[in-house]
Write a protein of this length. Sequence first.
Length: 181
Amino acid sequence: MMKKVIYALILPLVVAGGLVFANREIKNETSKKSTPKPLSAAEIKAEREKWEATPEGIKYKKWEVSPEGKKVLASAAKLTKHINAFTNMEAVVTALSLPPGSRLGFGVMVRINGDDYILSFGTETANEFQQLQGLKVNDKIMIRSHSVSHAPKYSYPIISGDYVEQARKIIYKRAPRKGGC
């Protein structure tokens, strides 16, 4: 009888210990596999040159030196200081929809210091853009963003909407990424 009780107590400990050990081994294996070696500057340059030789790369390089491409890149460069410092940019809403054919999710068009931009918020989940949908043309807003991008498809730089306030009231603040920094 006593042996059965001891076995009944030890068996779950052995099983649990085995599971913990096996789980640790799996985690060690996946962590070793999932850390890719960072590319060197020479490898990055080689990859870029390889991409520039593709039809998409050639198209992008042509766009980059075109008058439209130069205008978009110059407008994006004007925001670099604000983007890097995550400081306020005063904007005026110029349109409540994005250009036809856009695939950026919800967004509006804004003007900052005489240049037009796409202010994109991405795809909506759980009515997170409800307060933004109350904006009207000519509304003045303050924007903060962590990034500005561009694409040959669009005639305007694309600002990622991370924070928006109107009349000193926050109307949108992007939720921090889960599992990230």
